[in-house]
Design a protein around this ligand. Sequence first.
Ligand SMILES: Nc1ncnc2c1ncn2[C@@H]1O[C@H](COP(=O)(O)OP(=O)(O)O)[C@@H](O)[C@H]1O
Ligand code: SF4
Ligand SMILES: [Mg+2]
Length: 326
Amino acid sequence: MVELYIEFKGAELDNILEVKNLSVGFNIDDNFYYVLNKIDLSFEKGKIHCIAGESGCGKSVFLNTVLRLLPKNAEVKSGEIYYNKDNILEMSESKFNTYRGSKIVLIPQDPFTSLNPLYTIENQLLEINSLKNISNKKEIVKNALNDVKIKNIDNVLNSYPHELSGGMKQRIIIAMALISNADLILADEPTTALDVTVSNSILNLLSEFKNNGKTVVLITHDLSVAYNYSDTTTVMYLGDIVERSDSQQIFKNPLHPYTKALLNALPAKRGKTLENIKGQISPITQPVSGCKFHPRCNNVFDKCKSVKPVIENINGDCVACMLYGK
Ligand SMILES: Nc1ncnc2c1ncn2[C@@H]1O[C@H](COP(=O)(O)OP(=O)(O)O)[C@@H](O)[C@H]1O
Ligand code: SF4
Ligand SMILES: [Mg+2]
């Protein structure tokens, strides 16, 4: 197995999160289907790390495994997940409950699901664990709302979630993450429900976490977001890592045919005609042999249909494709 988490930049890094040999799947009608396959990944502290891929690639299952929020029919078949040096998967539920929401926070796709519709924003913010036994709670809350560029703070504090726009709710969730003092922020396509201008301001706020030494794992299906906002990009296809590199390098010189196809499908790609990726991502109930991308790949050759490529480091870019390497 290639130890990507160590090989990525040639030296052992100060990682906040390390994932080793992680395999996860679902039990469906008496059969087991893999969604993540032997994932090795590391996330260096104080950086923004993007995980990119089309819908159905396993991005949310990955985040939910880290947060131990998988549904009942899911099973972790192998692997370890270290937050600093603690194996999250081996912790008791009560111990992990002291991590989730305080050391590790989720910024979800739909902010509404994280806010309680029955309480005002003020009630919810004052209840955050890190504010327990603190006398100047309200001042801390107001400062956080100011940090996320909310202007009419008193009105917002008195509002219920349904009275606020999607962008405003997402700002509140980010303020919650600030107040919690978490050092690992997992953001699952946090701007999908928002229009472009609001999206950019939310992504800028997420970037600011990095200035405070925090780490963000940002899930996206849009490689231009990865390019503009992240330090590293991991491209995932059907539960496999197909390419991982520095975000600038991956955008300027992609190696894997899937990464190239994702880039060619970007609307503003240097005036070129937009190219849809042919075919569709397979459902997990129909596993694909060999290289999982082979039914859709423009460079496919015979061997791709039966042999699974291993990930290799090609001049600092880790790629799993038989066009490269040995
Ligand atoms: N509870 C579940 N039961 C069965 N299959 C699931 C379940 N949740 C997700 N899946 C499947 O797992 C795959 C990966 O899903 P997901 O991680 O949500 O993809 P992404 O976030 O990349 O769009 C998809 O094929 C999806 O249908
Ligand atoms: S291994 Fe073959 S099918 Fe897979 S991406 Fe490379 S060329 Fe395409
Ligand atoms: Mg998802």
